[in-house]
Every structure is written in structure tokens, then in C-alpha cells.
Design a protein around this ligand. Structure first.
Ligand code: C2O
Ligand code: CU
Ligand code: CU
Length: 543
């Protein structure tokens, strides 16, 4: 079962060769951080094997969590990855592609030196299948999963969930996509001539810090554990500021924020102006109607499915997927923002400045503020092609959200700037502060304190329907698409919802669907993974 180096080199290319050859000296090819300056690095695009290879399992699969050398596309550094073999090929962090209705059977082997367990984020499955931290297995041990895929088509993902170790393990590399196809997806893809790995491209966005010799560095300070660990470079599929060569047609991007803490305000930018794009899906698959946008927020754990139209461009033109300036609203110290807030915390002792000038201010370890402007990915148009498809006006329909049910207030706050709490509580493995009934729908009003920071709140096992946003900060309210102040990204089914300081987001949850047999113990937690590990998480018992 040795892994094929060739597979990895397909992705890491020059970077890996240099880094491996040079004993991982600081790679001089890491580009300067000025937007517009891009290295020649290609976006690692999922292929038929290797890192992020597309894997459609037939029969039981084995995923071995382990440390793998020479693999991080950006520097060739080692990272943690799920290794799998399938039909003679080796995969690292395979992008699992399954059909609705298919049985998914996999064995996790813990090849790490600490406990781990996989959580299938967004996928239906009883709590025994969902990777509750109480099921974490010791080094050398295995855990067997078997469940039918009952979700509709969509972009789901998987990552570790051992208590207090999730952030570190995900940061070090353990995370990938789980894509579900069904008939509706097939006809959509056919209508628009989209092919996964070619014109339908999953991209995981993650920020990292590197040590001076190019290794992934996860060393949060006490402050970082409270605020979330921010990297000083943002990688797309593991590569720093990569380029995707395109032709003049429509592309679909499935973007996952796989960062531990960083929130992105994303736009596609052409010649300094935002290029409109069409949001067709999010956490739980297609939205009922496509939404034309020119920017959106993506918090850790969330996914978006967008169509970008490059038809009017000419060869040589470039489009940047960029983070746009925003107020990250770190208001936990009580210092409500005056301008691009002063309550911003420092990262690893690096001063994070005010919102960046358009040129961005971060260089090397200078810190990269969440609200800075910086590019993530470049699309470089290379080829003129004919493409005459039109985006459908309607997408697969979903039932309207029910607005009644048991009302449950959920309050997010901090205790003396030391820990984050949900209804005043932090995680206790053995207690279930939220008890719900399968047959009774609920409406949760999730309120974030004013002296707080944004929290992306995730629920295992079920989806939310966002009903309303109240008291949203200006930068959010201005994006509202209806009288309930909901955002385009709130439509459809959500499993992670970002709640800004001072804001209340009301969601309805139907605990009867899916219907799991027997009592269940799921989790409700902040997907800022440092917050989760520090206890911003509660058990939810389903009777
Ligand atoms: Cu993706 Cu419990 O998390
Ligand atoms: Cu989850
Ligand atoms: Cu949080």
C-alpha cells in the first residue's frame, strides 16, 4: 500500500520538488503578498487520484488518518490527511462522490498519535454515524461507519471531531468534501455542461501560518484560543494564490470555508470591479431560485455553490476571487467599533492593522486581518470557446419552512473574556442541556451578545431553515434580500449559520426529518473551531 509519489506531484509540482530537495528551506517561491502578484502555481484541481482526488466508492472504503510527507501544495510540507486506496489508486483527503440512496461504508483507522473520529458535516446519519466526540478512537484503533446517503445533492464535507482536538487536526490537513449527486443534480449539470473536476470545481479555502521552514504552524496563544487562530496566508486547495486557466464559458465553484476561524467576504473581481455571479446552492444543496450577487460572507463550515460566467471575457483577462474589506466585528472587549474597529485582537503578537488599503498590508508574518483586501485565487482566461447554455430560472423546489414550533432562545456570550458560552454553558460530554422531541418542530432564536464576535453556529443531524435576521449590523443588513432581512445565502437548507454581534437569527428545525431510530445525542456548536474546542458546544438530546 505505498502511495504513489506521482499522484502527489501532479498537484504539488515544482513546489514539492523544491521543498523536498531543499530540505524544506523557506520556499523562495512563495509570492509577495501584494494582490495582483501571483506565482505560477496552479490551483490543485481534483483529479482521479492523489490529493483531493475524486473517489466514488463501490463497497467498503478505508480512510486512514495519518501524517503524510511532502504533500502541502504550497510548500511541500507534511500534513495530516485521510489516505485511501481505491481500484489501485491512492488518494489523500479524497473528495467522496456518492449518489443519493447509495450505502456508504467506511472504516476509519486512527494512524495519529492522539484520539480522532470523523464527522460527516451536513450528512444525515444517526449520532453513532455522525462522529460524536464520545466515539473518538485511540491511536491504532478503528471505527466503522455504515449509513445510507439520504441527503439531496449538495456539497457536504468531512473533518475530525475529537473533543478539544478538532481545530488542530483540521488545521493540520484533515478535511475534504463529500459531494452527493442525484437526478436533479444530473439534469442541472447536463443542462449547463458542467463536469466535476473540470468545470465544476470544489475549492476549500483555509488560512495558515507557516514556520520559517515552511511547515504548518498550529500554536495558538491564549488569545488565539479565545478569538480563533488566524493564519497569515490563505490557501485554495492547499496552494497559495494559485491560478486556474479557464475558457470563455460558465464555471461552477463549490467553495468551502475550511478555516478554523477566519470569515471571508468573497467577490469575484475583474479589472477592479465586482463581477456578478449566481448563487445556486449552499450547505444543503440547491436554493429554490438562483440568486445573482456580487459578494457574500462565508464563515467556517459553510459552503456555497456559485456559477461564474466568463463568456464576455477575452483570453489574457483575469478574474480574482478576493476577500473584500469588512469589519470583522471583534467587539468582545466591549469597544464597539469606531471605524474598522480598534478592539481587534493581535495575532501571535502581530499587530493587525485597520482595514487594509486596497493593496493589502500583510506580508509574511505581518498578519492578515480578516477585513483586509486580498486575493485568494486567480482565474486566467486562456481560450475562447462557444458556450450557449442558459442558467435555469428555477432550481429543484423545496417545501416552505414551517414558522411555528417550540420557541427556544439561544444566547451566545462570553464569560470574562475567557470562554464563550451558549445559554451560559460550556461543553460537558455527559450532559445534554438541550432536549428536543422528534415530533415537535422548534424555532431557535440565536442571539449573539453585543460585546461579542461573529459565531458560525452549526447543528449536527438536521438542517435549519433561516426565518429571519434581526438587529443585523449595517454591513449585513445592506445585503438583505427580503423583508425578513435574510441574506441570499440564508435561502434553502443551512447547517451552519453566522450570527454577528448584536444580531438574532431565527431558524426553524424539524427534528422529525430525518427520522433516526432511538434516542440521539447530537451537537450544537460554534464552527470557529477554537471556540468549539474551548467548549462553545452543547449536546442536544433528541427523544
Ligand atoms: Cu463541521 Cu461539529 O462540525
Ligand atoms: Cu456537522
Ligand atoms: Cu464562536
Amino acid at each position: 500500500m505505498h502511495h504513489s509519489r506521482r499522484d502527489f506531484l501532479r498537484f504539488t509540482g515544482k513546489a514539492a520538488i523544491l521543498a523536498a530537495g531543499a530540505g524544506l528551506g523557506l520556499p523562495s517561491f512563495l509570492p509577495a503578498s501584494t494582490p495582483g502578484v501571483f506565482s505560477s502555481a496552479r490551483l490543485p484541481v481534483p483529479g482521479s487520484s492523489g490529493l483531493f482526488g475524486l473517489l466514488s466508492p463501490d463497497g467498503r472504503l478505508t480512510l486512514s488518518a495519518e501524517k503524510v510527507p511532502d504533500v502541502l501544495p504550497a510548500t511541500g510540507a507534511p500534513m495530516l490527511a485521510y489516505r485511501a486506496s481505491h481500484n489501485g489508486s491512492t488518494f489523500l483527503n479524497p473528495i467522496l462522490v456518492l449518489r443519493k440512496g447509495q450505502d456508504f461504508e467506511t472504516t476509519l483507522i486512527n494512524g495519529l498519535d492522539e484520539p480522532t473520529i470523523i464527522h460527516w458535516h451536513g450528512l444525515d446519519g444517526s449520532w453513532r454515524q455522525a462522529g460524536h466526540p464520545s466515539y473518538a478512537v485511540e491511536p491504532g484503533n478503528r471505527y466503522e461507519y455504515a449509513f445510507p446517503v439520504t441527503n439531496r445533492a449538495g456539497t457536504y464535507w468531512y473533518h475530525p471531531h475529537p473533543h478539544a482536538l478538532t481545530a488542530k487536526q483540521a488545521y493540520m490537513g484533515l478535511a475534504s468534501f463529500f459531494i452527493v449527486h442525484d437526478d436533479e443534480e444530473d439534469s442541472f449539470a447536463k443542462e449547463l455542461d458542467l463536469r466535476l473536476g473540470d468545470t465544476d470545481i470544489p475549492v476549500v479555502i483555509q488560512d495558515k501560518r507557516l514556520t520559517h521552514d515552511g511547515q504548518l504552524d498550529y500554536s495558538p496563544s491564549k488569545d488565539d484560543l479565545f478569538m480563533g487562530y488566524l493564519g497569515d496566508m490563505v490557501l485554495a486547495n492547499g496552494q497559495h494564490r494559485p491560478t486556474l486557466k479557464t475558457s470563455t464559458r460558465l464555471y461552477r465553484f463549490r467553495l468551502l470555508n475550511g478555516s478554523t476561524a477566519r470569515i471571508y467576504n468573497l467577490s469575484f473581481v475583474l479589472n477592479g470591479t465586482r463581477l456578478p455571479f449566481v448563487l445556486v446552492g449552499n450547505d444543503g444543496g440547491f436554493l429554490p431560485t438562483p440568486q445573482e450577487l456580487d459578494g457574500l460572507y462565508l464563515a467556517p463550515g459553510e459552503r456555497i455553490d456559485v456559477l461564474v460566467d466568463l463568456r464576455t471575457l477575452s483570453p489574457g483577462q483575469e478574474v480574482y476571487l478576493q476577500n473584500m474589506t469588512f469589519d470583522p466585528m471583534h467587539n468582545e472587549s466591549g469597544a464597539m467599533h469606531e471605524g474598522p474597529h480598534t478592539g481587534q485582537h493581535t495575532q501571535g503578537g502581530h499587530e493587525k492593522g485597520k482595514a487594509a488599503p486596497p493593496s493589502g498590508h500583510a506580508g509574511g508574518h505581518g498578519g492578515l486581518g480578516e477585513g483586509d483586501t486580498y486575493p485568494i485565487l486567480r482565474l486566467l482566461v486562456e481560450q475562447k470557446v462557444r458556450y450557449e447554455r442558459t442558467i435555469p430560472r428555477r432550481l429543484p423546489d423545496i417545501p416552505p419552512a414551517s414558522t411555528d414550533g417550540i420557541e427556544r432562545p439561544i444566547a451566545l456570550a462570553h464569560k470574562h473574556m475567557a470562554s464563550w458560552t451558549i445559554n451560559g454553558l460550556t461543553f460537558d460530554m455527559d450532559s445534554a442541556p438541550i432536549v428536543v422531541h422528534k415530533r415537535k418542530p422548534e424555532v431557535w432564536h440565536i442571539s449573539n451578545a453585543k460585546d461579542s464576535m461573529p459565531h458560525p453556529m452549526h447543528l449536527h443531524g438536521y438542517f435549519y431553515r433561516v426565518l429571519e435576521r434581526q438587529n443585523s449590523p449595517v454591513q449585513i443588513r445592506s445585503l438583505a434580500v427580503d423583508s425578513k432581512a435574510r441574506l441570499a445565502t440564508d435561502m434553502g437548507y443551512k447547517d451552519t449559520v453566522l450570527v454577528w454581534p448584536g444580531e438574532t437569527v431565527s431558524v426553524s428545525i424539524n427534528f422529525g426529518t430525518p427520522s433516526y431510530s432511538g434516542e440521539q445525542l447530537f451537537l450544537f456548536h460554534c464552527h470557529n473551531l477554537e471556540h468549539e474546542d474551548q467548549g462553545m458546544m452543547l449536546n442536544v438530546k433528541v427523544l
